[in-house]
Design a protein around this ligand. Structure first.
Ligand SMILES: Nc1ncnc2c1ncn2[C@@H]1O[C@H](COP(=O)(O)OP(=O)(O)OP(=O)(O)O)[C@@H](O)[C@H]1O
Length: 790
């Protein structure tokens, strides 16, 4: 087999591009190479262990499952780092395809983005994409990957091959390893260091890097080869120098230091019992200094989720998170717990709240597709794909490790799918997450504010979608009000006024709370000192409509009929309203005629202070916000009910407004007798009414039926107030366009200074929503569902 020819292959062009980007732009992030290679080694070991559950044969060739790292200069002073794992290994075909091509989706976009960037922010791109194996070329001029695949029925006698490539070449070589099958099983990566990367020969530097970035990323032991000088008794003369003094409390592998020496496969790693080696000779005074080789395990602690939370530092939690989930950012919060699923499976878990919500979160569909719940059984990684049992959309950003004790270990993926524990996992994690968030809210208000800044909308979505956790999630939601930047619903109720039996809210998506605070609908509430929730997100309206009430206190849209302060004297109020209605009767009737189809009724308002009038949705009508929600969904069929409900509006007038008083006087002055009619005066009043009503629509957030007509009227009124002739025509002559010319403009003709504004791709921040209309008895008369953009 040793005679097989050395073959040369060209890298796939994407690989060449990626390598170039990595080498050019990541110079100041060179450290990542070690983390990436250890992570690959760990993946290979995990694959092997998983395969071995059903196929013991793969374990043959090398007994231990571990990662070893050795750094040394050769006789010419050239630095070498050798990273070896006893994982699944690669066949020559796999060496070529895994290391010579990029199979990842989104690669081209990534490359284009990275090529365009000036290098800054590349660190983040790397985090998102993972440059993996190619990061070797940051520190190495040449890389050899020797690998022997695990034994299998298909491949009963795997041959060890070498992949060899320099940083510059656009091709790589694949050939049988001249040393034979000396690895037993797995992969050995040899980096021939660049002259400026010799810092990585230092064991203390390597130890620091591995401890910082990688000691958590593997449950397999990671050993670093170290050499140190120690004083040993000089009694046995020469013999002492050959002995290994083992200080590591763990079992250490003994790996042959001479790379080129042929070894028996099974001897690659030999266990030694450290107890036997310790020698105590207190009576010997003579000592001498010898160099001692030692394999030091850098991750000798048990995995952190198995430890007592009291013994784990914040830093360890953070580093474990960063290594496991490949996130450069620190997590915002975490929750470490153990439990019993009830079906007999006991488990330990850590849940993390990331400090960033992925951009794709609101863009991906209504189904959560979380791939960051890592399920292990007795520390063996099993899957991160929970399939149909994955977390609900609202919680799909959670990152978690769950280690179950009592599940049968030889679970195949299919068996696992039908396992009861897996079905329970979803509710266990969401329940514990809610628990953790609730605790943070109560005990760490500042931390909760940080979480709220990112996840507030997520909590609203949760309350809408996860009825089981609805109440707890709604407790976490924060709203702006006319009184403060942020309040919870509980806090709102604590501050309600005597007699207040409604939670007042005003919703108008896209408008800031500052603008909403000036809305016509809250004039009186605000002036009287009542607190009103100011809702500006599309999800808010959906949230309120789904929750319906909080602690039995119903939500009241202040843009709708039915607003009650709660301190009114019903008799007194009724009498007052009757008197006012009587007084304004002529105006109310006249306005009703003028408004026509637009409103169902014209009434005297109890919510206005300074504004003259407003359009209010009837109890079953649509507010401007709901109309917007409905209209934002282009596919929504708008049938009869929509048209009907749209008309359920009231025009409310402010009886104390001088404008309304004046209008009343004018209307009363209109002669009723047919022959005495003053058509000019009627026309003028007609115009006033129309501007008033359209103005009320706009002020109330609705659209006017015909804005052109509205502004023409405004124009006429302005002319009148300026004493300009109403009929004087505007000079409407314009220069006509030149004749048709299909010739395209030349480069020179195009103005280079033109500012181009990139319009971002249609934002598909969609969320499913549902709006229910209920009658007085609470029966649903209509449910509208749709998707909506955030
Ligand atoms: N030590 C190894 N043992 C076995 N296979 C490996 C090893 N290192 C790399 N591979 C194979 O080569 C492939 C490419 O590795 P690479 O590091 O470029 O990307 P990746 O590991 O798939 O993803 P990432 O970019 O997140 O690291 C891996 O998917 C794996 O199949």
């Amino acid at each position: 087999s040793d005679d097989l020819p050395k073959q040369k292959f060209d890298y796939q062009s994407d690989v060449t591009r990626l390598r170039k980007i990595v080498i050019n732009s990541l110079y100041s992030h060179r450290d990542v190479f070690l983390r990436e290679l250890i992570s690959n080694a760990n993946d290979a070991l995990e694959k092997l262990r998983l395969t071995s559950l059903t196929d013991k044969e793969v374990l043959e060739g090398a007994e231990q499952l571990n990662i070893t790292i050795k750094a040394f200069p050769d006789e010419n002073g050239v630095g070498h780092i050798v990273i070896t794992d006893t994982g699944i290994g690669m066949t020559p075909e796999e060496l070529a395809s895994n290391l010579g091509t990029l199979a990842k989706s989104g690669t081209s976009e990534f490359l284009a983005k990275a090529e365009n960037s000036d290098g800054t922010g590349t660190g983040n791109l790397i985090g998102a994409f993972g440059v993996g194996f190619y990061s070797s070329f940051l520190v190495a001029d040449r890389v050899y990957v020797a690998s022997r695949a695990a034994k299998s029925a298909k491949n009963p006698n795997p041959i060890q091959y070498v992949f060899s490539s320099s940083a510059e070449e656009s091709s790589f070589g694949i050939y049988p390893d001249p040393r034979g099958n000396n690895l037993g099983r797995g992969t050995e990566i040899t980096l021939v260091l660049k002259p400026d990367a010799l810092e990585y020969l230092s064991t203390s530097r390597l130890t620091e890097l591995i401890q910082k970035h990688s000691s958590f990323s593997s449950t397999f032991p990671i050993y670093l080869f170290t050499q140190k000088s120690v004083e040993v008794p000089d009694e046995d003369g020469e013999k002492a120098a050959d002995e290994k003094i083992e200080e590591s409390p763990t079992r250490s592998p003994e790996v042959d230091n001479d790379k080129d020496e042929e070894k028996d496969e099974d001897e690659a790693i030999v266990e030694e019992d450290i107890e036997d080696k310790k020698e105590e000779e207190p009576s010997v005074p003579k000592t001498k200094t010898v160099d001692v080789d030692e394999w030091v395990q850098l991750n000798s602690q048990p995995p952190i989720w198995t430890r007592d939370p009291k013994t784990v530092t914040d830093e360890e939690y953070e580093q474990f998170y960063q290594a496991t989930f490949k996130d450069n950012n620190k997590p915002l919060a975490w929750y470490h717990f153990s439990g019993d699923s009830g079906s007999g499976a006991s488990f330990r878990a850590i849940i993390y709240v990331p400090s960033v919500l992925a951009e794709s979160y609101w863009q991906s569909g209504p189904q959560g597709d979380a791939k960051d719940v890592r399920l292990m059984v007795k520390r063996v990684f099993i899957t991160n794909d929970l399939g149909e049992d994955s977390l609900p959309k609202w919680a799909s950003w959670v990152k978690a490790v769950v280690d179950a004790e009592d599940l049968p270990l030889n679970v195949s993926r299919e068996m696992l799918q039908s396992n009861k524990f897996l079905k329970q996992l979803k509710s266990i994690i969401t329940k514990r997450l809610v628990q953790a968030l609730t605790r943070i809210q109560a005990e760490e208000p500042e931390k909760f504010n940080e979480i709220s800044a990112i996840y507030n909308n997520v909590f609203k979505l949760g309350a809408v979608e996860d009825t089981k956790n609805r109440d707890k999630l709604a407790t976490l939601v924060r709203f702006a009000t006319n009184h403060r930047n942020s309040t919870s619903l509980d806090n709102y109720l604590e501050n309600k006024k005597q007699g207040q039996k409604q939670i007042f809210y005003l919703a108008d998506m896209g408008k800031s709370p500052e603008i909403l605070a000036k809305s016509v609908f809250i004039e009186k509430l605000h002036a009287r000192g009542y607190e009103v929730l100011l809702l500006s997100e599309p999800l808010d309206e959906i949230f309120v409509q789904n929750i319906k009430n909080w602690k039995k206190v119903p939500f009241q849209d202040v843009a709708k009929a039915g607003l009650k302060f709660g301190d009114e004297d019903p008799d007194e109020e009724k009498a007052e309203l009757q008197a006012l209605t009587e007084k304004f009767r002529p105006l109310l009737d006249w306005l009703k005629k003028e408004a026509g189809e637009l409103v169902r009724e014209v009434v005297v308002s109890n919510r206005l202070v300074t504004s003259s009038c407003a359009i209010v949705a009837d109890v079953h009508g649509y507010t401007a916000n709901v109309e917007k929600l409905l209209n934002s969904n282009a596919n929504q069929k708008k049938g009869f009910i929509y048209e009907y409900t749209k008309k359920m509006k009231l025009l409310e007038i402010n009886s104390r407004s001088p404008l309304i008083e004046g209008l009343l006087r004018q209307v009363e002055r209109l002669p009723t007798e047919e022959e005495e009619r003053d058509l000019d005066a009627e026309d003028e009043l007609h115009e006033v009414a129309s501007v008033l009503i359209d103005g009320a629509l706009i002020r109330s957030g609705f659209e006017v039926p015909d804005s052109n007509e509205f502004f023409t009227r405004v124009d006429r009124i302005l002319r009148r107030s300026l004493g300009v002739s109403e009929t004087a025509p505007t000079d409407t002559r314009v220069k006509p366009a030149p004749p048709v010319d299909p010739e395209l403009p030349t480069e020179d003709e195009l103005d280079e200074d033109d500012v181009h504004v990139d319009i971002p791709q249609q934002n598909q921040n969609q969320v499913r929503w549902e709006v229910e209309e209920v009658d007085e008895e609470g029966n649903t008369i209509k449910t509208v569902t749709g998707h909506d953009e955030l």
